[in-house]
Design a protein around this ligand. Sequence first.
Ligand code: SAM
Ligand code: SF4
Ligand code: SF4
Length: 344
Amino acid sequence: MPRIGIELNNVCNLDCTHCFRSIYRGGAENNKDLFLPPELLDKILTEGKPLGYDHIAITGGEPPMHPRFGECLDIIAKHGLTYHFLTNARNFQKTLKAISVPNRKAKLAGISFSLDGATEATHDKIRGKGSYKEVVTAVAMCQAVGIEPSLITTINKANRHEIDQFALLGSHLKVRRQVFGHQNPTEHNMGEDLILPLNEWRAVERDVARVMSGFRHEITMAVGFYTEYYLPRCAPLMMDDLNIDYKGRLTLCCQLSNYRDAKGDGEDVVGDLKKVSLPQALSNLMELINKVHHERLAMAAIPEQREKLHYPCLVCVDRFSKTSEQPMLVQVAGLKLEAKAAAA
Ligand SMILES: C[S@@+](CC[C@H](N)C(=O)[O-])C[C@H]1O[C@@H](n2cnc3c(N)ncnc32)[C@H](O)[C@@H]1O
Ligand code: SF4
Ligand code: SF4
């Protein structure tokens, strides 16, 4: 389903250790430009709908903290589009009230809750005290009122041993869908020793693959896992998934946007939708995507470079200078040496 991802804001009520966003942490007096204006959202949807984009994926920051959150949902519903959003579940009673208005609820396809530990201790260590209970309670509240909840988990050193427990919890909570992904490196989460060494990523993927077939609910692996395809077929590079940041700019991918360590805007920001139309910005995006594919084609021809392409998102993090943390891609070369030594 072609969809437009919207980062509704850049504020948050949590400060998760693993988070790759550069969330505004200042006082309320300076936070005026941190929320996507609903009027701009209206313009973007007016331009996006005729292009076939019929679903809106809302992320942030913490989306329900947008002071005009309900109004934004009204605009999406007015355009006849469906939507879902990601949340950390804090203040969910208030969120539930906002989405229970009939026109808003009619277009709500579901809510994705971020869960970073299958146990309270692990989750709260990453997301802060009280967060685990809030997620579990919010999922139950959704079930009670007929909203489909999903769970989304990024795997790291702290929760890697809990994959089976995550799946059991998902089953117990009767979620429709559960998604696991690798955690992208930032200076902060590397400093906190959260990122698994690359030679453990495949074992994580095998563990996720094992639980995929053992449960009745849908369990999937998010983009960024090991692939034999050197030319990535991810939704952003296929333009099936657009990303608009909280400043109203079209960017290549939500995984790179407003990155915690990035120094200023990167080449992934392709058009300010306050100034240009979505089709104009998409034309810039097409050029960038073309360039990215050409670069990967060139990398695929060089043996040492080719190995990196197994992890397409790490290549993007590096390519778009999102972090100065180099160890992840440096490890790819190491992996090859390890494999050679094992084969010898
Ligand atoms: C940036 S948050 C915004 C929505 C909301 N605040 C939440 O936490 O669900 C969107 C998703 O990105 C995930 N995320 C944060 N940092 C990440 C990282 N370094 N690598 C991969 N995913 C990450 C979060 O865990 C969450 O599931
Ligand atoms: S992961 Fe979500 S909840 Fe956690 S700090 Fe980032 S934006 Fe906030
Ligand atoms: S980071 Fe790059 S490879 Fe990964 S999903 Fe985004 S555009 Fe695709």
